[in-house]
Design a protein around this ligand. Structure first.
Ligand SMILES: [Zn+2]
Length: 236
């Protein structure tokens, strides 16, 4: 089994939603300065870099991210879906209608916008596409086995559309008898992986901090070694 990392490490100035604290790693004691050991102070907003949103993000009485067991953060038959989007565009039902989502527990949208994280950070932060509210509702109704959505943009909702942000998240998180269990959202994902590569499972490991709505996380994808065609190896 091969492991592919689908998240970014936290570093100084990691992308963060505008208006939240800029991540910083400040050296405290440093061997190069004559100290006996190296230590750092880390300042990070909980929605900085690759992170996972739990329902408490928009529904105060609902589950925080530390309430999830490791088993609840493992997802079988994940799909990375090619879904190219321009600035501010929304992922519509039509974009996923024909995808084979059979037994899929985690749907990851590769909008292609992730390339701007390196090449044009301002564009990445302020012009991001997102998912339409109707699409989230459709997924929850038609595919109740899906428990997690992920995206290669700074937020699941498009930038500068507060109403879309609120409704998108609430539609994903609310308890509703017509839907499967409330979703989790992974944002700012590293989805450079070729979508021809079939993942067997995705596992999310959030920082274990009690009580907060959401947390930075590491996302691992597992690929069956013998299902990787030779030509795909250097795409991993
Ligand atoms: Zn978030």
């Amino acid at each position: 089994m091969k492991t592919v990392i689908l998240s970014y490490p936290i570093e100084n100035n990691s992308p963060h939603y505008i208006g939240t604290t800029e991540p910083s790693l400040e050296p405290l004691t440093q061997i190069k300065n004559g100290d006996d050991y190296n230590t750092y102070e880390i300042t990070v907003g909980n929605h900085s870099g690759t992170h996972i949103d739990a329902p408490k993000h928009f529904i105060d009485t609902d589950k925080s991210i530390a309430d999830y067991s490791p088993e609840e953060l493992r997802f079988k038959n994940p799909i990375v879906l090619d879904c190219p989007k321009k600035p501010y565009e929304l992922i519509e039902i039509n974009d996923i209608h024909d995808a084979n989502l059979d037994k899929c527990e985690c749907l990851l949208f590769k909008t292609g916008f992730g390339i701007y994280r390196e090449t044009d950070l301002q564009k990445y932060l302020t012009k991001s596409p997102g998912i339409a509210v109707e699409t989230v509702a459709w997924i929850r109704k038609k595919h109740p086995e899906i428990r997690c959505l992920g995206i290669d943009t700074i937020s699941m909702s498009r930038y500068q559309d507060a109403e879309n942000a609120k409704q998108t998240h609430i539609t994903g998180f609310e308890t509703n008898p017509n839907y499967g269990e409330p979703l989790l959202f992974i944002e700012d994902m590293n989805l450079g992986i070729d979508t021809k590569i079939k993942l067997k499972e995705v596992m999310v490991v959030p920082w274990q901090i009690k009580g907060i709505d959401s947390a930075p996380c590491t996302v691992m994808g597992f690929v069956n070694q013998n299902t990787i065609k030779k030509s795909y190896v250097n795409l991993l």
